[in-house]
Design a binder for this molecule. Structure first.
Ligand code: IMP
Length: 197
């Protein structure tokens, strides 16, 4: 079964296909290179919905939208839905630098945070909406470590781990990530038939 992922990002397509390994699902990018509408939602769900609605209106096929980000308790949930554009320059480096700066002096035990991911799927034919949320709890480190992954991975330490996420290989991260935790239940709902969505 083919599912159109509401993104032009090749890395995301690859990650979702890795998560779908062993299932009958195959993720492909939204066709063309039209710019996605602005993410003006106030929650991860609303922004995922904006993306999937756009892809579904273009294709009429089963589409999946996702939105994710990092919530830091000491900052009342910031950067949250603004994770990718937290700093003025909006690069991974500048976003992390801004966050580390804001948490300067805050002891390790008070640096709790979580990545959150919301997935919203619209099913071809039924037009049914299926959604799911996943999280991974952890702490914001005092310094960057590792060169794998993307975004805030160099400064995030998952609960129960000694490694920063950017020190983990992709397979290990995929086993525990917020996207993986949202993906499993979503696929169960999708493949469980017309009821119970
Ligand atoms: P989006 O879901 O593509 O809008 O991404 C939101 C932003 O959240 C990314 O640009 C990253 O800054 C951050 N983010 C989301 N997931 C991850 C992750 O797995 N690792 C590190 N940063 C992430």
């Amino acid at each position: 079964m083919e599912i159109i992922l509401a993104t032009h990002n090749k890395g995301k397509i690859k990650e979702f296909n890795e998560l779908a390994k062993g299932t009958e699902l195959n993720f492909i990018p939204v066709p063309g290179n039209l710019t996605f509408p602005k993410e003006i939602g106030t929650t991860f769900f609303e922004n995922a919905l904006i993306k999937v609605n756009f892809a579904f209106s273009l294709t009429g096929k089963t589409c999946l939208g996702d939105d994710s980000g990092l919530e830091v308790d000491a900052l009342n949930g910031k950067p949250g839905i603004n994770s990718s554009r937290y700093s003025k320059e909006s690069t991974d480096e500048s976003n992390m630098d801004k966050l580390l700066n804001e948490l300067k002096g805050i002891p390790h035990e008070d640096r709790s945070a979580r990545f959150k991911c919301c997935l919203v799927l619209i099913e071809e034919g039924t037009n049914k909406l299926i959604s799911s949320e996943g999280t991974i709890e952890g702490k914001v480190a005092e310094e960057k470590k590792g060169d794998k992954g993307f975004g805030y991975d160099p400064i995030f330490i998952p609960e129960g781990s000694l490694l920063h996420t950017a020190e983990m290989d992709q397979k290990k991260k995929n086993l525990i990530s917020h996207r993986a935790n949202a993906f499993g239940p979503l696929i169960t709902k999708l493949l469980s038939g017309p009821t119970e969505k």
